[in-house]
Design a protein around this ligand. Sequence first.
Ligand SMILES: Cc1cc2nc3c(=O)[nH]c(=O)nc-3n(C[C@H](O)[C@H](O)[C@H](O)COP(=O)(O)OP(=O)(O)OC[C@H]3O[C@@H](n4cnc5c(N)ncnc54)[C@H](O)[C@@H]3O)c2cc1C
Length: 475
Amino acid sequence: MGERAIVWLRRDLRLHDHRPLAEATRRYPSVAAAFVFDTRILDRLQDRDDRRVTFFHRSLAELDRGLRRHGSRLVALHGDPTLELPRLAERWGASAVFAGRDPDPYAVERDAEVARRLSGFGCELRLVKDHVVLEAPEVTAPDGGAYRVFTPFLKAWLARVRPEDTEEQTPDLTRLAPAASLEGLGLEDWSLERLGFEEAPLPIEAGEQAALRAFERFLDRIDRYGELRDFPASDGVSGLSPHFRFGTLSIRLAAREAMARGSEGARKWLTELVWREFYQAILWRFPHVVNSSFRPEYDALVWPGGDEEFHAWTEGRTGYPIVDAAMRCLRQTGSMHNRLRMVAASFLTKDLLVHWRRGEAWFARWLLDYELASNNGGWQWAASTGCDAQPYFRIFNPVLQSRKFDPQGAFLRRWCPELAGFSDERIHAPWEASPLEQELAGCRIGSDYPAPVVEHQTQKARAVALLSSVASRGS
Ligand SMILES: Cc1cc2nc3c(=O)[nH]c(=O)nc-3n(C[C@H](O)[C@H](O)[C@H](O)COP(=O)(O)OP(=O)(O)OC[C@H]3O[C@@H](n4cnc5c(N)ncnc54)[C@H](O)[C@@H]3O)c2cc1C
């Protein structure tokens, strides 16, 4: 065993509770941290001011400052990681590269190629669990296969989790490679501009210190999570998903604290963390979901909704305030509350009858917390094509959802200010307002705000007919 190892950072942009870094520094006296700005991913992004790039760039800048405080520095590379990473390992004389395991099929293929190239000069790629508390093979059904339904997965997860699964993994930062030994190995200038991107405004602060502070603040309200989590205008949810996505917050720390807390709200929140692990496990076990329906019989379905419906949805002008407010919020902030994701996804697929893949791709473009496994899982759930999906005949009524979860219309007024003059009762279905009410509210439906592009009950019947034709074939 040589003296040097590299930690290849990917979805773990932090120094606290970091298993790849902890394992590398336990075994090797000199450990370098490297990050590759992956051109195979970055070149495909549509927006030069993509928020995700700003988020991880700022997080990396903070991480680099942390490494420098310990006498080291980040080695930043730009290009194809299957070439860049092995080149770095060979030049620096590393015996091993440590990284967190990632079930995304792109990552699996990339890592296999990196491992192959490293082995050419006797270097080993060591993938370790870090992004989840329990990986798919650790939560198996009694027949040894995969769970396809969430509740039994949750029960098995809770029965299987051990204190060591959430134990803090503390890196020994005294073993970081001295900055001088890393001189000239990476980019000197890795500014956003140099990488071909622009700064974007973020809805939350990036970086691990901000993540830890946000988590502390959430712990003050976690006990009320169960009551408040469905109300988009309240501060009920944690808002931590981008931190889990980029690993600026340790999932072990989050799960450990939630389990220690033990309140009703904390238990409910832990269940949501397990939803995340469920979809990661689905992706691991059923990678076909990336390109097709979990239930393949749904791939034959021809969704009648076209560009007109899709653009009304993306631009927030469907005439259904809850959907429009959610979609405008997504465009302007990069985030959307979970309840609204469910409503907006249901509306696109079951009211507008547009293929869920188009919605999935739209969310993938705009969500700051975009995560293949959860986004794909959420969309297939909403479209009824997924594992443990919403039954096809249970279709959200956007007006009832709006009345129930935004009763005073606070969220609607924020994102659809043209509707602000309507009463709390009318604002959820403003087309029902009389001409006089519209005049008094200062908003004419059809000119100041769109009339509904479809009629919910009619579309609901169409969706049930469409989906039932497949469901009956599949049964
Ligand atoms: C159509 C659709 C698309 C989605 N796309 C994504 C996505 O790209 N990335 C993403 O992280 N989540 C996605 N979700 C799940 C969920 O909406 C977000 O995780 C949640 O809104 C994040 O807000 P929060 O951090 O305040 O969550 P909290 O309510 O505080 O929950 C804590 C954490 O649990 C996890 N979580 C919560 N709900 C879910 C869920 N239903 N599925 C998986 N994990 C969950 C997240 O990591 C979240 O940060 C999607 C849901 C739907 C219906």
